[in-house]
Design a protein. Structure first.
Length: 364
């Protein structure tokens, strides 16, 4: 793939709104935040337009996109915000012409579909980054600002690192080689069955989303799976999750975490469950009804049940243990603040004992 020429101090960058309109009072600080990076922002018409929940009509937003790439004085293209509407532009964009003028392209969320087509049809690298009217204007933390600058100014970091205090979790160890693709889960699922469908063959897939209910995430992941997009990926799959701000506001997330672990444990070793085991355990059902004041009790009860099953897997199905531990960390650890001291101790006991199991035989 072609890597566009990096930006530089004084580079002219187009600000476009291919999706939703810029919120009132947000344009000026958004422009200032781009200037603060040493860039010269050029505000395209869509940034000041509004047509319901869109930043102008489709033809106007598509024209901005095409013009930003055709204008030789523009060195990079930055989407000022996401929202909804980028997918409506697909058949209005001149992908053949754009392929001849690769430029740094930035944005995320609804902009995912534009990233995919610039990658797949135009053959050049793009950058999933914060956006001026969404995050930049309010100020970026040191980690995010450094990562952003390194990407658009062409500074390569030797390792992929998370912010301090947010560890990376690996579910399946190994090494994969491939082009990185992906983006917002909702947009990836929406692309299926269209001429603009994501291509994952021999690629490394990454997924981001926020504010989606567990059942919708389940549905969209299932769509990708049934469409063969997960199986087509490069050899190993990895998943990292940040749930620092996810919270447990109505018991739904707790239920999803508990049910995910329960399903995984019950299916370990490929054994069929008996009729009596197919019913959702009472401690998981309680998560639906528990108010915040009862989450600790529900979690403690669930951890006791999980602890017994994890230790059982440790003895019978060692090959499944690394995945079980990873899921425990991804789904239960973020909820630790809702546990009692006894529950937190139980979680740490489970993880310590599970990780201490000799997995030598499992490698065979």
């Amino acid at each position: 793939m072609i890597i566009p020429k990096p930006l530089f101090t004084g580079a002219r960058v187009a600000l476009i709104a291919p999706s939703g309109p810029v919120p009132e009072g947000r344009l000026e600080p958004a422009v200032a935040s781009v200037q603060a990076l040493g860039l010269e922002p050029v505000v395209f018409p869509s940034c000041t337009m509004r047509h319901g929940y869109l930043a102008g009509y489709d033809r106007e937003r598509a024209a901005d996109f095409n013009n930003a790439f055709s204008d030789a004085s523009i060195h990079g293209v930055i989407c000022i915000r996401g929202g909804y509407g980028a997918q409506r532009l697909m058949d209005r964009i001149d992908w053949t012409a754009i392929a001849k003028t690769p430029k740094v392209f930035c944005g995320y969320s609804d902009v995912t579909i534009l990233h995919l087509m610039l990658n797949q049809r135009c053959g050049f690298v793009t950058y999933h980054t914060p956006m001026p009217a969404t995050e930049w204007y309010a100020g970026l933390d040191e980690y995010t600002e450094r990562s952003l600058k390194n990407a658009i100014f062409g500074v390569q970091e030797p390792n992929i690192l998370n912010p301090d205090g947010m560890p990376l979790y690996t579910i399946a160890k190994g090494v994969s080689h491939g082009v990185l693709t992906g983006g917002n889960l909702s947009l990836l699922a929406a692309s299926l069955g269209t001429p603009y469908e994501i291509e994952t063959k021999d690629k490394i897939l990454f997924i981001e989303d926020i504010g989606e209910t567990p059942y919708r995430i389940d549905r969209m992941l299932l769509m990708l799976k049934q469409a063969g997009k997960l199986r087509a990926c490069a050899d190993d799959e990895q998943c990292a999750a940040c749930t620092e701000e996810c919270g447990v506001n109505d018991g739904t997330l707790l239920l999803a975490a508990a049910q995910t672990i329960r399903d995984l444990l019950e299916g370990a070793g490929g054994e069929e469950r008996t009729e009596g085991e197919t019913e959702t355990p009472s401690w998981i059902k309680a998560a639906y009804e528990a108010g915040p004041e009862h989450y600790d009790t529900v979690l403690d009860r669930g951890l006791s049940a999980i602890g017994r099953e994890v230790m059982d897997i440790a003895n019978r199905h060692k090959k499944d243990l690394p995945l079980v531990i990873a899921v425990l960390r991804l789904t239960i650890e973020p909820l630790e603040r809702h546990m009692t001291d006894e529950g937190q101790a139980m979680l740490q006991w489970i993880l310590r004992n599970a990780e201490a199991v000799d997995l030598t035989d499992a490698q065979k």
